[in-house]
Design a protein around this ligand. Structure first.
Ligand code: NAP
Length: 265
């Protein structure tokens, strides 16, 4: 990238970079010449990642250790960016978590409220705060992490599925709004990925589970390419691509019931 005739490195802000897909995304953006801003709650893990990114790829990394599950979180982040004159060229809204169980009696409301706040409010507000500067510079890339659960009704994780569906629809709509501005919005819809979020699945040793769990590094590579190309939606893995295609042809209730059986409902 150039600014006033001098070459500058693009900077990617990645939420939820302390583990899993976010950590792999940070590595791949750094490998491809970006500086980073990484955000999550576990500061030690962020520090470790920042050293790794400097050592292996020469990337400069700014760390923000913060709980993003609050209404004010995105505004706080924007203030830190402004105070430190940190431009953001690529925004990755990746931080997220799940709460499994029956909605009527076993899932916890506090967890669900935090999830809605993190997945919906923080993603939307961070995007709102950063998009105008990207449009002004005529360049920007946004990657919002949804899920296959954003496409398929998923009993026993209803609030997660609902919040991920919001991310998908919000991002696809915004992507059309931003056509011609130089700013693109890509939605990542992974299936099951081997990370902290799916730890119990990996530990089960089930053959089907082993077959369908994807590596976070592979998913991040696909997401990186899709983001930089400006694709609208990325579904990594041929089996998940096939699944999402079939799902569109079948009645949603039937698909949801099959998904529910798989989730052990
Ligand atoms: N793994 C899968 O099968 C799968 C499938 C589809 C979609 N996804 C999505 O992919 C994204 C990344 O998940 P992952 O699988 O990589 O799981 P992960 O390894 O558990 O990573 C989640 C990341 O989000 C951060 N995070 C969670 N709550 C936060 C909060 N309140 N404030 C700030 N950061 C927070 C965590 O950091 P701290 O704990 O340090 O705060 C961590 O860095 C999520 O949006 C998830 O929904 C995952």
């Amino acid at each position: 990238m150039t600014s006033n005739g001098s070459i500058i490195k693009p900077r990617a802000l990645i939420t939820g970079a302390s583990s899993g897909i976010g950590r792999e995304l940070a590595k791949i953006f750094a490998k491809n010449g970006c500086d980073l801003i990484i955000i999550a709650r576990r500061e030690q893990l962020l520090n470790k990642l920042a050293s790794n990114l400097k050592e292996n790829y020469g990337a400069d990394t700014y760390i923000i250790s913060k709980d993003l599950a609050s209404i004010q979180a995105a505004d706080d982040v924007a203030s830190i960016l402004e105070k430190n004159s940190l431009r953001v060229d690529i925004l990755v809204n990746n931080a997220g978590f799940n709460e499994f169980g029956k909605f009527d009696h076993s899932t916890r409301w506090k967890k669900e409220l935090d999830m809605i706040t993190l997945h919906i409010i923080t993603t939307t507000r961070l995007t709102k705060l950063l998009v105008p500067q990207m449009i002004k510079r005529k360049f920007g890339r946004i990657l919002n992490v949804s899920s296959i659960s954003g496409i398929v009704p998923t009993p026993t994780t209803s609030v997660y599925a609902g919040s991920k569906a919001y991310i998908l629809n919000f991002s696809e709509s915004l992507s059309i709004e931003l056509e011609g501005t130089g700013v693109s919005v890509t939605t990542l819809c992974p299936g099951f990925v081997r990370t902290e979020l799916t730890e119990t699945m990996s530990e089960s040793g089930n053959v089907i589970t082993e077959l369908i769990l994807m590596d976070a590094e592979k998913v991040a590579k696909k997401a990186y390419k899709a983001t930089m190309r400006g694709d609208d939606v990325s579904v990594p893995g041929w089996h998940y691509k096939l699944m999402t295609t079939l799902v569109r042809l079948l009645p949603r209730k039937f698909v949801g019931k099959v998904a529910g059986k798989f989730m052990g409902r």
